[in-house]
Structures are given as C-alpha cells and as structure tokens.
Unconditional design. Sequence first.
Length: 113
Amino acid sequence: MIRKTEQPTAIIDAVLRVARGEVAATADWADALDSDQEFVTAKLSSREAEVLALYASGETAERVASILCLSRETVYDHIRRVRAKYAAADRPAPTKVDLFRRAVEDGILAEQI
C-alpha cells in the first residue's frame, strides 16, 4: 500500500519492489495492519505465504511443488493449513479465488487488473 500522493520516486521504488516479488511496506501499511486484528490473527508462516503466493497466483499444486522442491501432498497440506488459519480468523477462503483475494488483502500478492 502506498499513497498516490507520495513522491514519484517512492512510487517507482514501490512498483519495482513489487515487480521483484517483494512487499512494498510503508508506515501507512503497517498502521493498517496494526489496526486490523483479524488480519494479524491469520499468522501464516513464511513457507505458507510462499506456497499461497504461488498457488493463489494460478499455479497448480504440482507446479508449486516443483518450484519449491516439495511433494504435491505437502503443498496441499500447506494450503489446508492456510485455509484453516483464515477460517479461524473469520476470513474463510474455501476456493482458489478466495485464496487469491486473501493473498491480495494481506499483501502477499499484488492485485492484478
């Protein structure tokens, strides 16, 4: 999250970071996270977030497994845990589209228009 009123160099820097797969965190973004307790309670591990990012962006479980050197069943285990954590935070994600939405909301993926 970055304000459109930021300096152009800050916006370009944020876009480049996101293009490299990094998170473009700002003070506003951190403040939004601090104020959203449901978001904070999801608490995905770094591996769960990594699997979610690939899977929710459209990759198959087989492709995610290949990219991350995991078994397909391990990928499915991670996705099940991610879904359980979102459900426990009252943010259910029963479908792949829902997982994409949660990943965008949580800053794991950039929204694609």
